[in-house]
Design a protein around this ligand. Structure first.
Ligand code: COA
Length: 187
């Protein structure tokens, strides 16, 4: 089957269409009774202002410095529309430069077609090419079964589970931590 999308690096000077895509994606969080995929209340489920600026500015932070982030977008080949994204960012704690944190999402109309798996493989390959990195970490709401299945299929293992971490608008939710060890030739 031929691919209907490409995966490209996201650059800070082409950020506005991405910000519009992500704002639309994040607005789904808990909408009309849909499950939450981020630990945010409905009114907080936005991607704009300071949150968007922080994301964009981190794309230009060198990998050797704290606060870096790199992101990739999946684009529909026919019209260039963004249909998914993935990003890796530095951990906030000191002495953790060998690890990074993953975030991702796929447009609601394109889920279940392999976009998520392709984005994950792309980010994993990039991280593997960065010799400073040995691990990709992530956290996922315990109720987010589609995401957990994708991460497990892609080789992530469970590293912890905090039940009842969040109570958001009357709902109790746990947070699962998962990690992928990057494998390079020879070790
Ligand atoms: C989690 C998420 C990123 C997965 O992305 P996706 O593109 O749907 O992932 P994939 O298509 O690779 O895999 C999803 C399912 O489709 C199936 N699939 C993949 N390619 C397929 C194909 N060509 N034909 C049929 N099914 C396919 C997979 O087997 C998988 O099935 P399963 O969930 O029953 O195990 C997406 O659901 C999403 O954006 N959710 C909301 C945001 C979110 O949860 N982000 C993560 C926060 S931690």
């Amino acid at each position: 089957m031929s691919l209907t999308f490409s995966i490209d690096s996201l650059h800070s000077d082409a950020f506005d269409p991405f910000a519009a895509y992500l704002a639309d994606h994040v607005a789904d969080n808990g909408r009309d009774g849909m499950p939450l995929f981020q630990p945010l209340a409905r009114a907080e489920s936005r991607f704009d202002g300071e949150r968007a600026r922080t994301f964009r500015d981190a794309l230009d932070v060198p990998m050797s410095e704290p606060g870096w982030r790199r992101a990739w977008v999946a684009r529909h080949l026919a019209d260039g529309r963004i249909i998914g994204h993935i990003d890796l960012r530095a951990r906030a704690e000191a002495h953790t430069t060998h690890r990074c944190i993953l975030g991702m999402g796929v447009d609601r109309a394109r889920r279940g077609t392999g976009v998520g798996a392709a984005l994950l493989a792309h980010a994993r390959d990039w991280a593997t090419s960065q010799t400073a990195l040995d691990w990709i970490d992530l956290q996922v709401l315990s109720s987010n079964d589609p995401a957990i299945r994708l991460y497990q299929r892609s080789g992530f293992i469970d590293t912890g589970h905090l039940v009842d971490l969040f109570r958001i608008e009357g709902r109790s939710m746990g947070f699962r931590s998962m990690a992928l060890r990057l494998v390079r030739d020879g070790h």
